[in-house]
Design a protein around this ligand. Structure first.
Ligand SMILES: Cc1cc2nc3c(=O)[nH]c(=O)nc-3n(C[C@H](O)[C@H](O)[C@H](O)COP(=O)(O)OP(=O)(O)OC[C@H]3O[C@@H](n4cnc5c(N)ncnc54)[C@H](O)[C@@H]3O)c2cc1C
Length: 567
């Protein structure tokens, strides 16, 4: 079944590396092609492949960087936005909003600046750090909700947590500095194995698997520690222990006259943070609001960001967003031409155009597998159904099957997690199911089955047996890339292959390359476009400069990585 899944992925996605073999006619100039190999100081014709967050933000940034370029965005679907979708539902007395994909963002410099440029600041709705949703996050274990320690947990909080068994193995943290450093031959390890080796297997199974269900819907025994726990991985490599390493580097920094708290950071991230501080001017009020917030979204949902972005790029006059335009192949131009031929369309109706530069946000099946997530959004007119104020809860892999036969990943308490989106009060929840639990499945629950499963979860875990007033089921097939064991090596091989073939004229960005969150891909697009400046678009890069940057990680004050102006 797994093979079948990959075959269908292979069939349905762009095949950068095999395009030439599949479509030999494209590797040489043809009569139908429009050529534009340029001698100009900027790329005259740019194609952006995919109209999700990564594609639209790339189009936005690149159209500002090169206002004289002609930019075409090719989107396979009937709308731009990718996984971002917010739907409104009429309910008695008003209207409510369900998010089918991402729902909240954390403070991030490039995103905040983008909101400011797009005129979205007044439409932001914040969840403040002092709100219940910021302070209370729960883990379901083994048959009850347990509040995770807040910033300064009381002894009573810790004792309550301890009694449930969820903290079993936490003493492993104290022993962590005594654990031998990994052998040099170990070049990557799964998150589960890393935590089990350095702390305790029970911490991996309970707390860590819950957190990774929330972010990646993934299996900690497949995901890469080198990529996803990169700071801890680097600390162990340098100091022999993550915990002792952290204290050692801080002590050494103070001994050398430093006063700040320091962290270990990738030099690329340090440079990128410096560039953001140098180039992005954010209003002091917005900086303050973002700092006081735990998360934020928009009154019209996250899709408001997409709509505003699309309007902004189309208004420039030099960006054309073409929907219903699936990309079939990309082929490097040959001979004395530099550029990429992009074939789009379906069936007999395909068209090939040449571009000086292509920014691709499309997935490459050889790099990562993907997981499928089903979300069931529910609204109840009664606003008092949630007994635990907070963001919601996650379910670890260790929860006994009879407590979670549906294999839910977690439940978000939307009525706490977001505010200002509904015109009527009520209880709003989202049940997330699937993820790695559904690896290899070739069919998924129908809407009715999913609704029934979600209601069972809510009744068993929260005691909610009422019928929802409104609901919506959404299946996001193959939606979250899994940065599995060996990901960084694969990414570097991929970058070298694309660079060899396309000589810098095809760059990649998106959730398969920059991180799985919205902020990650926005930051990725910004970094990618910055690197095109000053003739950078002619260099042989693929946009994966961080992955290819092999400089030693640096000890820097933690504040170096954030936005320092106006704080
Ligand atoms: C259920 C769910 C919940 C999430 N929650 C959060 C959250 O709370 N916070 C957060 O930060 N992130 C969250 N995310 C992740 C976030 O949605 C992604 O990081 C982001 O949407 C990725 O954007 P992208 O542009 O890289 O990819 P995509 O959104 O996948 O966009 C790619 C685009 O390319 C198009 N395309 C594909 N193939 C072709 C082709 N051959 N030709 C032309 N176009 C093509 C697709 O139609 C799509 O529009 C969530 C994701 C899901 C699925």
């Amino acid at each position: 079944m797994r093979l079948k899944r990959h075959v269908s992925l292979l069939e349905s996605t762009l095949r950068h590396t095999v395009a030439r073999r599949l479509l030999p006619a494209l590797s040489s100039p043809c009569a139908r092609c429009r050529h534009s190999s340029t001698s100009a100081a900027y790329p005259e014709r740019i194609a952006v492949l995919g109209g999700g967050v990564a594609g639209l933000t790339s189009a936005y940034f690149v159209s500002r960087e090169f206002p004289n370029s002609k930019v075409t965005v090719y989107e396979a679907g009937k709308d731009a936005g990718g996984w971002v979708r917010s739907v409104k539902k009429e309910v008695p007395g008003g209207e409510i909003l369900f998010e089918l994909g991402p729902r909240t963002l954390r403070n991030a410099t490039v995103t905040a600046h983008l909101c400011q440029e797009l005129g979205l600041v007044d439409d932001i709705t914040y969840t403040k750090k002092s709100d219940a949703a910021a302070k209370n996050r729960y883990v379901y274990y083994p048959d009850q909700l347990n509040r995770l320690p807040a910033e300064a947990p009381s002894l009573a909080d810790l004792f309550t947590l301890w009694r449930t068994g969820i903290m079993a193995g936490a003493f492993g943290m104290v022993r962590e500095p005594l654990i031998h450093k990994r052998p040099d031959s170990l070049t990557d390890e799964t998150v589960g194995s890393f935590i089990a080796r350095r702390v305790d297997p029970r911490i991996a199974d309970n707390l860590v698997s819950a957190v990774f269900h929330g972010i990646y819907a993934g299996d900690i025994f497949q995901l890469s520690a080198k990529t996803l726990l990169s700071a801890a991985w680097q600390l162990e490599g340098r100091y022999g222990s993550a915990l002792a390493g952290y204290f050692t580097m801080n002590r050494q920094y103070r001994e050398n006259g430093g006063t700040a708290q320091v962290v270990l950071a990738h030099p690329y991230d340090v440079d990128a943070a410096q560039a953001m501080n140098d180039e992005l001017e954010i209003d002091a009020d917005l900086v303050q609001d973002m700092h006081a917030a735990s998360t934020f979204t928009f009154k019209g949902g996250l899709q408001q960001l997409i709509r505003t972005l699309q309007t902004a790029v189309e208004r420039t006059g030099n960006v054309d967003v073409k929907v219903n335009s699936p990309v079939q192949s990309t082929t490097a131009l040959t001979g004395d031409q530099r550029g990429v031929a992009v074939t789009t369309g379906q069936g007999d109706s395909t068209q090939t155009s040449n571009y000086d530069l292509v920014i691709s946000t499309l997935r490459n099946p050889s790099l990562t597998p993907f997981v499928t997530v089903q979300t069931i959004s529910l609204y109840y007119s009664d606003p008092t159904l949630i007994q635990h104020a907070g963001f919601g809860y996650l379910i670890p892999r260790s929860v006994p099957f009879e407590q979670n036969p549906e294999r839910a990943l977690g439940v978000i308490f939307d009525s706490y997690a977001t505010s200002g989106q509904d015109s009527v009060p009520g209880t709003k929840l989202t049940v997330m199911m699937g993820g790695h639990w559904w690896d290899g499945w070739d069919s998924y629950p129908s809407d009715e089955e999913a609704l029934m499963m979600a209601k069972n979860v809510l009744e068993r875990h929260l005691g909610i047996s009422e019928e929802p007033t409104a609901w919506h089921v959404n299946l996001s097939k193959d939606c979250i890339p899994q940065y599995t064991l060996g990901y960084e090596d694969r990414l570097q091989d991929f970058a070298r292959g694309i660079s060899r073939e396309f000589k810098g004229r095809l760059r990649v960005v998106g959730n398969q390359f920059n991180g799985v969150g919205v902020n990650d891909v926005i930051q990725g697009s910004w970094n990618l476009v910055r690197a095109l400046r000053n003739g950078g678009w002619r260099r042989e890069s693929v946009g994966l400069d961080r992955a290819m940057d092999t400089r030693e990680w640096r000890v820097v004050p933690a504040g170096t990585l954030g936005y320092r102006r106006g704080v």
